[in-house]
Design a protein around this ligand. Sequence first.
Ligand SMILES: [Zn+2]
Length: 163
Amino acid sequence: MQLAAGCSWCSCHFSNGIGMNIKGGCHCGNIAYELEWPEDAPHIPARACDCTFCTKHGGVWTSHPQARLRIEIDDSNAVSVYEFGTKTAQFHVCAKCGVVPMVTCVLEGRRYAVVNVNTFSNVEPSALQRASASFEGEDLGSRLARRARNWISDVRIAGRTPS
Ligand SMILES: [Zn+2]
């Protein structure tokens, strides 16, 4: 990969003008990901969700509809997929270290995702635009439409299970 110098506001790097290549994962390394952030979106929104799960886990989420997310799971038996409430979103919890790097949602056959900015490994905290978010009271139709609009829409999960 060819790296261009140029990102002055954080420790990330740009790869061939595609955008920022963010790496991250859970604490023990069982769940790793690469998030390709679009070049024309220099700031990363970070929304602290106030639902009961995210409050307990410190979930602070980001997404961009043009971002690309590649997830690599080392041992898929050690990933717990947790759902609650409307059961339309899957929280991927590492069963070894307890970290929740991402949430996914499948809408009309396409997988969408948001990523927990607390699991980034190469982004300065100052690059994040922090805000709180509350989705209480949102009806299911608007919730799913919002995900289809705002969540990362290019998501692939590669995993292997030890034999
Ligand atoms: Zn882990």
